[in-house]
Design a protein around this ligand. Structure first.
Ligand code: ADP
Length: 213
């Protein structure tokens, strides 16, 4: 983040003299408090300065960007996830396309009884098979889906940063959010409890830009 000359000066003053009130900073610079307000807002929102009521401003010692990085590691999938859209393995490609339109999603999860994850079906999986000349009224999604154990997923307490990293690293649009459940013979099943997609990342980005979180 680029700071203006005046913002650099304010940082220097607070570093040396903090805690210091807005009034005092304005006096040092021979400016009014109103003139300084946008600068103070930028410096506190970026986390470089902290403001305490009745005490004043002090220097947090944090580099620009560090605050945001900490937030992204702290916010969990549970706070931002969406409701999953699921279909059974026997669902036909035709019905899956219809569901995708009705539910307005790009990725659906294929589950068996108990909401246990079997596979993932994406827009292009469906597109490819509607062009393939097969009878999409008969073809079940179980035949064309990407299947376990090749599914990239996250758990509710995974950080949004880690989840977004997986989206990029594996070049996919969405991840199922799962809860691990013990199955027989020491195996683990994945119960689908949510959906995390690029839309969730974009929404969070907008909220962070508005000063939310
Ligand atoms: P699109 O088909 O719109 O390009 P994706 O890039 O998400 O959507 O999907 C690309 C391929 O990766 C598809 O074959 C899909 O089945 C598979 N896929 C999608 N999401 C996942 C996931 N979370 N884990 C593993 N494979 C996935």
């Amino acid at each position: 983040m680029e700071l203006s000359k005046r913002q650099e000066t304010i940082l220097e003053i607070v570093k040396k003299e903090g805690p210091i009130t807005g009034e005092q900073i304005a006096e040092r610079l021979s400016l009014t408090r109103a003139t300084l307000r946008p600068d103070m807002a930028i410096l506190t929102m970026s986390g470089m300065l902290e403001a305490r009521p009745r005490v004043g401003y002090f220097y947090s010692g944090k580099k620009p960007g560090q605050e945001l990085a900490e937030k992204l590691h702290r916010i969990t999938i549970n706070e931002v996830k969406s409701v999953p859209v699921v279909v059974p393995e026997q669902c036909t490609v035709y019905d899956a396309v219809v569901t995708m339109f009705i539910e307005d999603v790009g990725t659906m999860f294929v589950v068996r009884e108990g909401g246990l994850l079997e596979g993932v079906i994406s827009r292009k999986d469906l597109l490819k098979n509607t062009l393939g000349g097969q009878d999409i009224h008969k073809l079940p999604v179980g035949v064309i889906m990407t299947r376990m154990p090749n599914i990239i997923y996250v758990e509710p307490d995974t950080s949004v940063w880690e989840a977004a990293r997986r989206l990029i690293a594996h070049e996919v649009d969405a991840l199922p959010v799962v809860r691990l459940v013990k199955a027989k013979e020491g195996q683990t099943d994945l119960e689908v409890v949510g959906r995390f997609s690029k839309t969730n990342v974009t929404r969070l980005f907008v909220e962070l830009g508005e000063g939310g979180y």
